[in-house]
Design a protein around this ligand. Sequence first.
Ligand code: UGA
Length: 440
Amino acid sequence: MSLRVGVVGCGYLGATTAVCLSSMGHHVTATDVDAARVQALNEGRTPFFEPGLADLLATQLASGRLKFTTEMPRLTQQSDIVFLCVGTPQSAGELATDMRQVDSATQTLIAALQHPVVVVGKSTVPVGTAARLRAELKAHSPNSELVWSPEFLREGRAIEDTLAPDRIVIGAAADDARGSEAVLAVFADQVAAGTPVVHTDLPTAELVKISANAYLATKISFINAMSEVCEVAGANVLKLSEALGYDERIGAKFLRPGLGYGGGCLPKDVRALYARGSELGAAQAVAFLDEVDAINQRCRQRVVDLTEEVLGGPVAGRRIGVLGAAFKPNTDDTRDSPALDVAGRLHLRGASVSVYDPQAMQTARRHRPTLTYAETAAAACRDADLVLLLTEWPEFSALDPEEFGRAVRHRRIIDARHALVEKDWSAAGWTYRAPGVSLS
Ligand code: UGA
């Protein structure tokens, strides 16, 4: 069944959701307050790099089912179900969530309503937000409903995750059955294909999302804490992680040690849950999240310390080639990127740092204009005293250590993401170091 769906917000979540909902056969009107972004999307240009999204955008625009606009009344006129997909970044100077986009988008939506709608919240919000927004909506439009159905898509796999989610969570107040049915109708194909559906109340749905991210972050920080222990014990965290991962109760996913987590979600969600849990009176229950964050921050400093150790002293005046700027491969997102953070710390200490990333050069330049950027891996590492691999792009794993070695002054590499085969690099005369892996 083809439904009339609106999407508010055309950032990472919103643009992907709009394109995917259209590809599922629905008629989609998406809005954003950024006119340049709306124009780009209408012309078939995606505002960020996401594998497959540009092609899917082109086919959906051509289908006539997908339109982007800055005008909220156009959206409300053409939609019966409205997905709320605006950003919820960390507030400047505090741990809590910046709710300005959610609040202003909701107010604009409510003011523009021309008939009752079902609002489906997708953004990651502090628990309690959905009930508040629902009350505001009902005060203006008593027959409208608001449900919360969090999104679990990963950058780099956003289309796959949206079209074939591993679960659908629908949080609704007891008398909002129509809202739950609307979500099930939008995702009818996925439900028919057997995707598990979990029905909850509003606060549980909000908490599912943020606790999923907090759990993933905790798992990463756990293995990175063990990496620190491995270093002092003369052990090998890669072997430790491999052995732990075979235990089905633990599982190998999100147990990769290295430079820790970054991006627009995990770091701010760990802090937001810490802040909201404390605010609600569960400070002790969320206290460990502060430690999760601290371990994650230490990953970055440990690579800086390892850099000084390998160079045998301060980095000032030394040439360092940096491979990677994105917070993970297959994205051009550099928000809270561990790679750029380490590059920036070394630059501040006086090193001459040159950065290359296969996709994130433009975003990196915007975020860290003071760093130097190069057009290829070899150019970034030309005459380098040391190379740092900070984002595990396949392009870097495929480097030929012998040929690549001709670019640098000294064959020294820190593989902060454990992306290389140590013996290949050692055989080509490189001094190879990686966090959590002791020298034998
Ligand atoms: C994350 C969640 O995985 C999604 O489920 C969620 O929907 C999304 O946030 C969101 O809230 O919107 P994403 O930010 O795209 O997705 O990134 P992840 O794939 O989770 O990776 C996060 C970071 O963890 C990256 O910096 C990655 O390099 C790091 N990581 C991941 C590790 O250091 N070790 C691992 O084993 C796995």
